[in-house]
Design a protein around this ligand. Structure first.
Ligand SMILES: [Zn+2]
Length: 286
């Protein structure tokens, strides 16, 4: 028992390095996806002193009903920088690939391999490769395709390979085929919920213009900035699934889990380093 514990500690120590600080890169298809899926967890990681980077694989230049192209990409880039500032994360990079037309090419795979290596990532967050949106789907595929190549020296030899394979983690989603999302680790984010909503609020072009237009509720968005932010916070609440509730109880205990209203949950990818659930519980913020 004690020996197992020591081995676990040693493994965690090796991952954490001398300062005990992790390097996390969250990857999304669009310049608000990382914020939606992991904004609360990212802010908690950052407050604990870990280095967090968001990476958008497309520039978001199709995400609006009345704007587009370079001017929209520029506007959305500015929104990412404000969101990063509000979350307190180190960096938000946007790659200059067209929105709505992402394909899993070797060229874009290389962009992702280089980004993960340059960040010297211990943990990589990304979508699962099954999703209604092709950009989300192919971002999942691209990150999976990079998961082993980040350690292969002859691939992208201009950036040194990682000597340790990172842990690859999926964001939560609601898709059932070919298999439903499995919440391996759940992070309660009630204590940082306002920060997350404040970060989403920075994406004015999305949460107050584009997404309400898609849903046919543009007229219902309040003009007053405080009122629209309040409405946004209310819209982002999602009921917890039974599986999420069970993982939440395992991690926080039944009593505390009952009080939790907001969570972000994550699934371990089969590629990359394979930590135990106990180690994942230790690595992720509580
Ligand atoms: Zn998206």
């Amino acid at each position: 028992m004690q020996k197992t514990g020591l081995i676990l500690l040693a493994a965690a120590g090796a991952l954490l390095g001398q300062e005990g600080k992790l390097r996390i890169i969250a990857i999304g298809a669009h310049p608000d996806d990382c914020d939606i899926k992991s904004g609360g967890t990212a802010a908690k990681f950052a407050r604990a002193g870990h280095a967090v980077k968001f990476l958008s694989v497309t520039n978001g230049d199709a995400g609006h009903q009345g704007e587009g192209g370079g001017m929209l990409a520029k506007r959305r880039h500015a929104e990412t920088q404000e969101s990063a500032r509000r979350l307190g994360i180190a960096e938000y990079e946007v790659l200059d690939n067209h929105d709505g037309e992402l394909t899993p090419t070797v060229e874009i795979r290389r962009q992702i391999i280089r980004a993960i290596r340059r960040w010297n990532a211990d943990i990589v967050l990304a979508p699962r490769p099954n999703d209604y949106h092709p950009d989300h789907r192919y971002t999942g595929v691209l990150v999976q395709d990079a998961a082993y190549m980040v350690v292969v020296p002859n691939i992208c030899p201009d950036v040194p390979p990682l000597r340790k394979n990172p842990i690859f983690i999926y964001y939560q989603d609601g898709f059932q085929k070919p298999s439903p999302f499995r919440p391996d680790v759940v992070v309660a984010i009630d204590d940082i919920w306002d920060t997350k909503v404040n970060a989403l609020d920075a994406h004015t072009s999305q949460f107050y213009e584009w997404l309400p237009w898609v849903d046919g509720r543009l007229e219902q968005v309040p003009k007053d900035p405080a009122a629209r932010k309040k409405q946004l916070g209310g819209q982002r609440v999602q009921p917890l699934s039974a599986a999420t509730r069970a993982t939440l109880e395992r991690r926080y205990g039944a009593d505390r889990a009952k009080q939790v209203r907001y969570v972000e949950s994550f699934e371990l990818c089969e590629y990359g380093r394979q930590p135990s659930l106990e180690e994942m519980d230790k690595l992720f913020p509580k």
